[in-house]
Design a protein around this ligand. Structure first.
Ligand SMILES: Nc1ncnc2c1ncn2[C@@H]1O[C@H](COP(=O)(O)OP(=O)(O)OP(=O)(O)O)[C@@H](O)[C@H]1O
Length: 413
């Protein structure tokens, strides 16, 4: 960064300020504050107020795609009813919370895109958020809910979002006509309740979310909030379903699977599993139909068959974007993912580049953890000690590097 600026700026002090400004912008896009990192002081020539209202300017600059405006004419009956109801509340500034309830593939994201485009095309502010960075990046101007609303990591029954009433975030929220939060089923209800309290505070209005039109979406058949070592009852208790807000929410139900339209049997089968209606063995296991199963054997043969079925003729197709972006092997455990990655990368054509991580332990004066041991473990969210890559092989980010430009945890490149 510094070297880039050095070409046009020789004054060291000015150079340092330019780099600091860039770092501040990057951190701000991830909802963080440069002041927390002990860096040299940034002398802001524009003054603090300009910086704070950057959130509003940025939001107003989100482009409205014609393609997203055109979605309106393609909405199915259920989506259209939801769209009209929400837009009625937005245009008439009537306070309401909605929950778009639909199993995977019923067009929830499709509906949000239509709403965002419509509200923004009217010159109003619509805020798009999701619980995970990857889903947030699918919506134009999308950000994770935690970063956009500055929700604290540690939540209690009376916690508040960490923005002040005078901040740019507060100003943005005050001006917003519509707030969307997707994948809310994965979020602890305390996070949603924190936003409710904070909005009531900044709007000085005792209505839910300070009188805003808020659209939640998600699917309780999919992933639920993570409660470390939590029991089933504790996990259920952490969901929005158990919040005081739930009964105040207007539900919009989507039932028509738009993704699997060509395979109605599969979409109905998925729905039966999600609704707990498919026969189970023991408590949790469902019986998969034989034609979608590769029988397990101890040797490597079946894993190789799985790879060949999903990635046929890999050598000839490895450089095809269409081929690589339309297939994936999912696994429930990281150790299986590492194993599959190893096999896939050795099959992938091209020269292999190997990168090793540098691991060390702080304050381990007795040398309890040897380097070999550190190298042998792959903690959640970190790549393995030996990372092998090849030109054109897909990679998935494990960090939110630049969410504003779509580089989030989970982005596939
Ligand atoms: N009315 C529609 N007309 C045509 N295509 C649609 C319609 N609604 C949704 N789709 C398409 O169906 C697919 C699934 O939609 P979408 O991703 O919005 O579903 P979702 O409910 O958000 O799914 P998930 O819960 O898995 O994220 C997408 O490819 C989308 O473009």
């Amino acid at each position: 960064m510094c070297e880039d600026y050095r070409r046009t700026q020789s004054n060291e002090v000015a150079l340092e300020q330019m780099v600091l400004r860039d770092i501040r912008d990057l951190l701000q896009s991830m909802g963080k504050d440069i002041k927390s990192y002990g860096l040299p002081v940034l002398v802001d020539i524009y003054g603090d107020s300009d910086v704070e209202y950057k959130e509003v300017t940025e939001e107003r600059q989100v482009k409205v795609d014609q393609e997203h405006l055109d979605i309106f004419s393609r909405l199915n009956t259920e989506q259209l009813a939801g769209f009209n109801d929400i837009m009625d509340h937005v245009t008439n500034q009537k306070s309401q919370i909605f929950f778009v309830d639909g199993p995977g593939g019923t067009g929830k994201t499709y509906l949000y895109k239509a709403l965002l485009a419509k509200v923004r095309s009217m010159g109003l502010i619509a805020i798009a958020t999701a619980t995970s960075g990857i889903v947030a990046s699918i919506m134009p101007g999308g950000r994770t809910a935690h970063s956009r609303f500055k929700i604290p990591i540690k939540l209690t029954h009376n916690s508040m979002c960490s923005f002040t009433k005078q901040s740019g975030t507060a100003e943005l929220l005050k001006q917003a006509s519509l707030l969307i939060w997707d994948e809310v089923a994965m979020t602890k209800r305390q996070a949603v309740e924190t936003l409710d309290r904070s909005l009531q505070d900044i709007m000085e209005c005792a209505l839910p979310f300070g009188g805003k039109v808020v659209v939640f979406g998600g699917d309780f058949r999919q992933v639920l909030p993570v409660v470390t070592r939590g029991t089933r009852a504790q996990i259920t208790d952490a969901t929005l379903l158990r919040s005081y807000l739930w009964e105040k929410i207007c539900k919009i139900r989507l039932t028509r699977n738009m993704r699997a339209q060509t395979d109605p049997w599969f979409s109905e089968y998925l729905l039966r599993i999600g609704n707990g209606m498919e026969k189970t063995i023991g408590d949790d296991y469902v019986c998969l139909p034989e034609d979608i199963v590769i029988t397990y054997t101890e040797d490597e043969k079946q894993v190789n068959k799985l790879i060949e079925d999903v990635f046929p003729s890999l050598h000839t197709n490895a450089t095809s974007r269409e081929y690589m972006s339309t297939r994936a092997i999912l696994s429930t455990k990281n150790e299986h993912v590492d194993d599959l990655n190893d096999k896939m990368i050795s099959r992938f054509p091209g020269e292999e580049k190997v990168y090793n991580s540098f691991d060390s332990i702080e304050h381990d004066f007795q040398n309890n953890y040897t380097i070999d041991f550190l190298n042998s473990i792959t903690p959640n969210g970190l790549p393995p000690h030996v990372l092998k890559v090849k030109i054109n092989c897909p990679v998935i980010l494990l960090r939110n590097l630049d969410p504003h430009n779509g580089l989030c945890n989970g982005t596939r490149l």
